[in-house]
Design a protein around this ligand. Structure first.
Ligand code: IPM
Ligand code: MG
Length: 356
């Protein structure tokens, strides 16, 4: 097949991890006979420097006409002054909104060979396999903002339609898994959460009677996630709770650098990005973990291009590379030799040539 992919390297370690991801994508393309036409575009802080806009119109247009968008990471201290007029993050939020990708899937699965890389006890982690479905284009991220000398306001709004559609995505996913859905809110305090709980309950009972739904307050969820993570299957939650809880959940897998994400809307086009940020502290040193990006490419193959076999092949190659001992510094234990970003890419490519 032929597919057009818009590639936004972004800032910090973004371009470094994207480079390794693209080598893997190319290898998949040549072994399965697909042609991936890549367009590299300026985005984030790099685009602010180049033209004053984190999401230039030409970049947005290329994303809207591509089959999928692959993104590294954005942001950094250079663009983070408290009084900054434009920020890289505004470009990312606008891109998510313009693409209509309201459902952000963040799978957290433990590679058993990395069980020692986590700060959490192995017996708690064994068998962890869950997916967050984070609402991505609503809530406090997108509400009205106001600021004067003595106060600041961020408005949080959710509509029935927004909650219905994200509940459906999560419940459908649960049907393909262990049929267990946990909806996370703060309904003891927030009106938006009371709406969320009501709508999620109604959609589940009307449309997904085969899925078990339970509700959990976000503070309790933060605790249960590290107390008994194995009990979770699919978790659905609003934008900001999902942002916070998925960083926490990444520790179940061992490192933020391992986790991929897919942001999907009603069509097939999606936005794929590792969940980590631009990591300015290690940018340029060639030591970032490219696994989150490589696994995001597997999600791209599966969700936007319907190339299931190719996605599985890439995922198996990543597992084999890790089982073979490939470790970037974020997942290396003391005494283990750590690989560079490029060497980790090589390890996955080597495993790919044996699997594929
Ligand atoms: C994420 C990031 C972004 C978010 C930032 C960079 C705006 O933390 O994708 O999790 O908060 O959504
Ligand atoms: Mg985040």
């Amino acid at each position: 097949m032929k597919a057009r992919i818009a590639v936004l390297g972004g800032d910090g370690i973004g371009p470094e991890v994207i480079a390794e991801g693209l080598r893997c994508l190319e290898a998949i393309g040549s072994s399965f006979g697909h042609e991936f036409a890549l367009t590299h575009l300026p985005f984030g802080g790099a685009a602010i420097d180049a033209c004053g806009d984190p999401l230039p119109e030409s970049t947005l247009h290329a994303c809207l006409t591509a089959d999928a968008v692959l993104l590294g990471a954005i942001g950094g201290p250079k663009w983070s002054a408290p009084d900054a007029k434009v920020r890289p993050e505004q470009g990312l939020l606008r891109l998510r909104k313009e693409l209509g990708v309201y459902a952000n899937l963040r799978p957290v699965k433990l590679h058993s060979c990395l069980i020692g890389a986590s700060t959490i006890k192995p017996e708690v982690l064994e068998g962890v396999d869950l997916v967050f479905v984070r609402e991505l284009t609503g809530g406090i991220y997108f509400g009205e903002k106001k600021r004067d000398a003595l106060s600041a306001v961020d408005v949080c709004t959710y509509t029935v339609t927004e909650v219905e559609r994200i509940t459906r995505v999560a419940a459908r996913l649960a049907q393909q898994r262990r049929r267990k859905l946990t909806s996370i809110d703060k309904s003891n305090v927030l009106e938006t959460s009371r709406l969320w709980r009501e709508v999620a309950t109604r959609v589940r009972s009307a449309e997904f009677p085969d899925v078990a739904l339970d509700h959990m307050l976000v503070d309790a969820a933060a605790m249960h996630l590290i107390r008994r993570p194995r009990d979770f299957d699919v978790l659905v939650t609003e934008n900001m709770f999902g942002d916070i809880l998925t960083d926490e959940a990444s520790m179940l897998a061992g490192s933020l650098g391992l986790l991929p994400s897919a942001s999907l809307g009603d069509g097939k086009r999606g936005l794929y990005e590792p969940i980590h940020g631009s990591a300015p502290d290690i940018a340029g040193r060639g030591i970032a973990n490219p696994v989150g990006t490589i696994m995001s490419i597997a999600m791209l193959l599966r969700h936007s291009l319907e190339l299931t076999r190719e996605a599985e092949t890439l995922e198996v190659a990543v597992s084999r590379a890790l089982e073979g001992g490939a470790r970037t510094p974020d997942i290396a234990m003391s005494g283990e030799r750590a690989l560079t970003t490029r060497e980790m890419g090589d390890a996955v490519l080597g495993a790919l040539s044996r699997v594929g």
